[in-house]
Design a protein around this ligand. Structure first.
Ligand SMILES: [Zn+2]
Length: 81
């Protein structure tokens, strides 16, 4: 496995994307499929934490959004919920 993202039990892959839309510079997690679509169509993406923005840059040196991180961890550990 060379995937750099986070793969959930459902097979959904999330990837960190820099939010460059405001002063809170975090790398938010978005569903990879959404990111691919966003790059193709220019549509905004929706982060796990609910933030919606149009990414135009890769995450660098930014901390992961704590809310996204928590949700991503929850997805990974989700059992029969
Ligand atoms: Zn977030």
């Amino acid at each position: 496995m060379t995937d750099t993202g986070t793969t959930t039990e459902t097979g959904t892959t999330t990837v960190p994307v820099l939010d460059d839309g405001d002063h809170d510079r975090f790398a938010h997690y978005v569903v990879q499929d959404d990111l691919v679509r966003s790059k193709a169509t220019g549509e905004p993406v929706r982060a796990l934490c609910g933030k919606i923005w149009t990414p135009d840059r890769d995450p660098k040196r930014y901390p992961v959004c704590p809310t996204c991180k928590e949700i991503a961890a929850r997805w990974q550990t989700r059992g029969s919920n």
